[in-house]
Write a protein that binds this ligand. Structure first.
Ligand code: 13P
Length: 254
């Protein structure tokens, strides 16, 4: 069993005070055990403060997005180097909200992954199908394309730096979770895709998180699936109690 990785995607939520309170509660409550990897992903403007609270201990801090260029006339964008500068170690790339609302394509996501890796950030790459795609039996086709186009040109060494998050779009923020079996099936497909694209070692070492309405009630069952190596948590990561419950569920498996 790999070490589980539990990440909280705070999305566009919380005030600066609330974000600080949440981070301080996590810092106090979490012990120093390294049984589970934990990450939080606050809004850009809070990153520096949240990095300062954890000061490199207990919890990784990352951004929810970044731009694919290093610097220049890209008004409103933030580069990977800037994220490193304020203390980030990770970045979420290709979240379904970026894909649907901000029209990010697999090709843009591919460039962002390369840009992140080139400045030493570890990407969490999100994949997942929409409800209508699942209904049309296109889950594997969609997720397969997201992987082959999103990871195009990456060496096995680079691919080994990634975490993949399987987030079925229909399960995000809906309270409608994929069953543990449904999630495990797609995770198995993702791992097999990585194996055929790269090699067994890369496929075995890469962590695949599940995301989509994970909460303290369903975490045990989801994280207990053999191919699920962690969770990317939205709503339930905004409150320390529910997030810590999910971390504890992961800890029981290690
Ligand atoms: P919810 O846990 O709120 O469904 O969000 C999942 C998600 O999008 C995490 O990136």
């Amino acid at each position: 069993m790999k070490k589980q990785f539990i990440a909280g995607n705070w999305k566009m939520n919380l005030t600066l005070d609330e974000a600080g309170d949440l981070a301080r509660k996590l810092y106090v409550e979490l012990d120093n055990s390294s049984a589970v990897d934990i990450g939080v992903f606050p809004a850009f403007v809070f990153l520096r403060d949240i990095c300062d609270i954890f000061h490199g201990n207990k919890v990784y801090v990352g951004a929810q997005n970044m731009y694919l260029e290093k610097s220049g006339a890209f008004t409103g964008e933030v580069s990977g180097g800037m994220l490193r500068d304020v203390g980030c170690t990770h970045v979420i790339i290709g979240h379904s909200e970026r894909r649907t609302i901000f029209l990010e394509t697999n090709s843009v996501i591919n460039s962002k992954i390369k840009a992140a890796l080139s400045c030493g950030l570890k990407p969490i790459v999100c994949v997942g199908e929409k409800q209508e795609e699942r209904d049309a039996d296109k889950t594997y086709e969609v997720v397969g394309d997201q992987l082959s186009e999103g990871l195009a040109g990456l060496t096995s060494e680079e691919a080994g730096e990634l975490t993949i998050a399987y987030e079925p779009v229909w399960a995000i923020g809906t309270g409608k979770t994929a069953t543990p079996e449904q999630a495990n099936e797609v995770h198995t497909f993702i791992r097999n895709t990585i194996k055929s694209k790269y090699d067994v070692d890369t496929a075995q070492s890469i962590r695949i998180q599940y995301g989509g309405s994970v909460n303290s009630k369903n975490a045990d069952e989801l994280l207990g699936q053999p191919e699920i190596d962690g969770a990317l948590v939205g709503g339930a990561s905004l409150e320390s109690g529910s997030f810590l419950d999910i971390v504890s569920a992961a800890g029981r498996l290690s």
